[in-house]
Design a protein around this ligand. Structure first.
Ligand SMILES: Cc1cc2nc3c(=O)[nH]c(=O)nc-3n(C[C@H](O)[C@H](O)[C@H](O)COP(=O)(O)OP(=O)(O)OC[C@H]3O[C@@H](n4cnc5c(N)ncnc54)[C@H](O)[C@@H]3O)c2cc1C
Length: 493
């Protein structure tokens, strides 16, 4: 039987392991941590359950397709609740906008903020729909084996159809006049680790899918996805080995022959799939120093300072997803993406899962997961993340006071907090960049580091920093693409 070693039990690693085990391969997943999930982990303490990373269940159709590909039905594994309003957005001047699929309510709210904007909103949604449709059909679900697969006469129209050469923020000027709504309909670019001032206008697909396909949440937390997929993979015979950090990938000629673990033991495999963050894999697990340098010199997404606060009081002022936008939008983006630090007036996001899922926190209590976007690690800049963490904490606690939450600090009974250093330490994320490599035009599709190594023809990559990119559903698409490649390229034994 053909053997496969998967390095890392992140969502991409689990999904590809399940797919290959179902195909009859002998699959072993080696995970450095004690539990699966990677960035999609959970923290459970005193009856409070936090999702570590992902909190927005987007593109439900892609999740459903993954379960179908594994011979399962998503609804048998996940009890999904739709979140509407998707976000409560608080501006610095105390204006509030509740993004919703209720079109009449949106009209009322948008017109109050910017008279005449509702027509622009409808046109913007129509564009987002076109972008998502094209991206799913012709980009995110395709392997680019050669440059010609991407750059060919049939695909040239993608440049204009997806507005790939236009900046997202500039394009928003075609739909909205004021900074407020431009910010509302572009802040999601941070999920791709990009500033809207540099991201392609194609990303209007994010705002479309949130409002049209919906933002969902599985009862039991995002970790239910991990648990269910691990159990499906195990059901197909995949074996998960935890607390087994891989030290290096063994190579011979043009082949990967297996891995060597930190404890010195060696494991052989016919095929190796690295789910651990790709630049880290090139830098730490493979021998070629020149390639490693090239990967580490690529452009990285931002990182995040996180607070997971278990509070012994409920704060109904906070919705399931609450976003605090800073008026200093451009300056804030520049501080994160150019200066790799924390803006003076940062925007931030709070997730309160127990607003929808009462099993996430004890009665009368709240779980506050706070995400403050910040630059990723460039140690040569002398970043002091302890100081930035303290400043971020102070800013969050001060800003929520405007909502009448004046006693938060006194009610935090338990706190966990991460900086970019923790992201690097916990999951081996290169530069602590929470979303992997950037998704700018020069790092998309064929130009993104490929999902198979150039020299070692049986070494594949699956996860946020390879094609198609970051996000849980996108990792699932990536797993399908690696499966397709292996079936096409590798003889079975
Ligand atoms: C704060 C935050 C918020 C996010 N929000 C969302 C969201 O709302 N919605 C969404 O869809 N996505 C979101 N994402 C993105 C999403 O979490 C990721 O894109 C996705 O989980 C990445 O999965 P992956 O397959 O790349 O694996 P990773 O999560 O990177 O997992 C890789 C695994 O490899 C393991 N590993 C590393 N090195 C080794 C080694 N040497 N040996 C063995 N194992 C190793 C790691 O421990 C880890 O378990 C968010 C991410 C973060 C961090």
């Amino acid at each position: 039987m053909t053997s496969i070693l998967v390095i890392g039990a992140g969502v991409g690693g689990i999904a590809v392991a399940a797919r290959m085990a179902r195909r009859g391969y002998d699959v072993t997943v080696l995970e450095k941590n004690a539990v699966p999930g990677g960035r999609c982990n959970q923290i459970v303490q005193d009856g409070h359950r936090f999702d570590v990373g992902p909190s927005l269940f987007l593109l439900p159709q892609v999740y459903a397709a993954t379960y179908t590909a594994l011979g399962e039905r998503m609804e048998d594994h996940l009890d999904l609740k739709r979140i509407d309003p998707t976000y409560h957005i608080h501006f610095e001047d105390d204006t509030v906008l509740k993004l919703s699929a209720d079109i009449n309510w949106m009209q009322e709210q948008l017109e109050a903020i910017e008279p005449g904007s509702f027509g622009g909103f409808l046109r913007y949604m129509a564009e987002g729909y076109r972008h998502l449709d094209i991206a799913l059909d012709r980009f995110l679900t395709k392997n680019f084996y050669t440059l010609f697969d991407q750059v060919n006469p049939g695909n040239l129209s993608l440049l204009t159809e997806l507005k790939l050469l236009q900046k997202h923020y500039d394009n928003l000027g075609n739909y909205f006049k004021g900074e407020k709504l431009k910010a509302v309909f572009s802040f999601q670019d941070v999920y791709m680790g990009l500033s809207p001032y540099e991201s392609p206008a194609a990303y209007s697909m994010l705002q479309y899918t949130e409002l049209a396909d919906g933002v969902w949440f599985p009862i039991g937390g995002m970790y239910r996805i991990v648990e269910s997929l691990v159990s499906i993979a195990e059901g197909h015979g995949a074996c998960f080995v935890y607390e087994s950090p891989v030290k290096r990938i063994a190579v011979e000629g043009n082949r990967a022959t297996g891995v060597v673990l930190e404890d010195g033991s060696a494991m052989h495999a016919d095929i190796v799939i690295a789910n651990a963050d790709l630049p880290y894999v090139y830098d730490q697990l493979l021998p070629d120093r020149g390639l490693a340098r090239r990967m580490m010199n690529k452009q990285f997404t931002c990182s995040a300072i996180m607070f997971y606060w278990a509070v012994d009081k409920a704060y109904p002022q906070l919705a399931h997803h609450t976003l605090f936008l800073s008026g200093d939008y451009k300056a804030g983006s520049d501080r994160i993406f150019h200066d790799h630090t924390l803006p003076e007036r940062p925007s931030f996001y709070i997730h309160v899962p127990n607003r929808t899922d009462p099993t996430a926190a004890p009665e009368g209590c709240d779980n506050l997961m706070v995400l403050v976007p910040v630059g990723c690690l460039y140690e040569e800049l002398g970043q002091d993340f302890e100081a930035l963490r303290a400043r971020a904490r102070e800013i969050v606690i001060k800003r929520v006071k405007k909502l009448g939450i004046t006693d938060l600090e006194a009610h935090i009974k338990h706190e966990v907090s991460y900086t970019p250093h923790d992201w690097r330490e916990l999951y081996n994320l290169a530069r602590g960049a929470t979303f992997g490599l950037k998704h700018n035009l020069m790092q998309l599709g064929y130009m993104r580091p490929h999902n198979r190594h150039g020299r070692y023809k049986n070494l594949y990559f699956c996860g946020a920093s390879t094609h198609p990119g970051t996000g849980v559903p996108i990792a699932f698409l990536g797993a399908g693409l690696v499966e397709e490649r292996i079936l096409k390229e590798q003889p079975t034994t």
